[in-house]
Design a protein around this ligand. Structure first.
Ligand SMILES: *Cc1c(COP(=O)(O)O)cnc(C)c1O
Length: 396
């Protein structure tokens, strides 16, 4: 049986370009960039070359890029840095949204325990917040606004440029978790008024365990790992040069092919949404148009997302019921609840995140199999029976 992988928001397969870019840095340029000899200095030169190339992809300066172990670390470091900077000026208020990734939410929860106050903006039913809502929440003591670029579950893309403009005008640092956006939709930190940004290589066909953060010149970054002068003293540890090479190649490739890939993905996405919406009592989560080209997130009333997932897996379809980080727990996704979906409905969710290597045949297969599985699960669901008999009212 063929496997149809449609869980690209959880992670992606590496591109051949990225894999090819890495091998040199394991075999030939394997030096430690901190070593003073030739092999070390070759590595140092390569490292700075990659920094420049990543910077070009985001439209910033090389010295504004810091390499990290991934998106989670970048989120932690950006948020903690801005919080510390704020606290030094007596500003201990942070603005975010209720549906951020846990790398952001858990960092904020910890900061709350340390005496910070966090305003979590409500997300509208369409999965969006507005710049006006951000503006209205900003106070004299606001140190940071952190709003994700694109959501990892429902794929909605926030008005980043407008939110950035509001923050710039009010002199508040603006961080965005762009892990789902980078390499998929245009990211330009200058144009979009972004002060700090996080990205992760494995979400755009690069290797796992490597990412980067952008920190605008003039904003002091916290030393996140002690022990050496790497990353200009902000993150000690011998650099993952091969990983950084793979990330750089993958990012450049993704950016170069963005228009072509988006056009293909949009077609597949729209076909998939139309096909799945034919299932009775189903719903698309998040705005239909202001979403990532590769994201489809649906709810089907009367079923459990986990059961749906396992039965689809048995048919060779690898999808997700939401965030990979919360799978295994029986709580419905905090993202879907933030969109205002009732618990019962949020339980029956399915996230399909495509990649450019998916085909129309994949989409046709998904459209033919999902309705059968949903029908089967509804047939054995006591909740569905109550809905059908009118004992309980349909919510969607
Ligand atoms: C995957 C993801 C992260 C975490 O990135 P890692 O590199 O896996 O640590 C953070 N934020 C979002 C939105 C993500 O999708």
């Amino acid at each position: 049986m063929r496997t149809i992988y449609v869980d690209n928001a959880a992670t992606t397969a590496m591109s051949d370009t990225a894999i090819a870019a890495m091998t040199d840095y394991y075999k030939t340029v394997y030096g430690n960039p901190s070593s003073l000899h030739t092999v070390g200095q070759q590595a140092k030169e390569a490292l700075e070359g990659f920094r420049g190339r990543v910077a070009r992809c985001l439209n910033c300066e090389p010295r504004e890029i810091y390499f990290t172990s991934g998106g989670s670390e970048a989120d932690n470091q950006c948020i903690r840095s801005a919080a510390l900077l704020g606290a030094r000026k007596g500003k201990k208020h942070i603005i975010s949204t209720a549906f951020e990734h846990h790398a952001v939410l858990h960092t904020l929860k910890k900061l709350e325990k340390e005496g910070f106050e966090v305003t979590y903006l409500d997300v509208h039913e369409n999965g969006l917040v507005t710049a006006d809502e951000v503006a209205a929440a900003i106070r004299e003591d606001t140190a940071l606004v952190t709003v994700m670029f694109a959501n990892n579950e429902v794929g909605t893309v926030q008005p980043i440029e407008e939110i950035g403009a509001v923050c710039r005008k009010k002199g508040v640092i603006f961080h965005t978790d762009a892990v789902q956006a980078a390499g998929h939709i245009p990211v330009d930190v200058k144009l979009q008024n972004v002060d700090m940004l996080s990205l992760s290589a494995h979400k755009f066909h690069g290797p796992k365990g490597v990412g980067a953060l952008y920190c605008r010149r003039g904003i002091p970054l916290l030393t996140f790992v002690e022990g050496g002068a790497q990353e200009r003293g902000k993150r000690a540890g011998t650099e993952n040069l091969a990983g950084i090479a793979g990330m750089t190649a993958a990012l450049e490739e993704a950016c170069a092919n963005m228009e072509k890939n988006s056009a293909k993905l949009l077609k597949l996405r729209e076909k998939l949404i139309d096909g799945l919406l034919k299932i009775p009592h189903s719903k698309l989560n998040g705005d239909r148009h202001k979403r990532l080209p590769a994201n489809v997130n649906m709810c089907f009333e009367g079923i459990e997302g986990e059961s749906l997932l396992l039965l689809l897996d048995a048919k060779g379809i690898c999808a997700s019921s939401g965030s990979a980080c919360t799978s295994g727990s029986l709580d419905p996704s905090h993202v879907l609840l933030a969109l205002g979906l009732p618990h019962e409905v949020a339980h029956g969710s399915l996230r399909i995140s495509l990649s450019e290597s998916n085909t129309e045949a994949d989409v046709d297969y998904i459209i033919s199999e999902v309705p059968k599985v949903v029908e089967y699960l509804r047939g054995i669901s006591p909740v569905w029976e109550k809905l059908e008999k009118g004992i309980q009212e349909h919510l969607i």
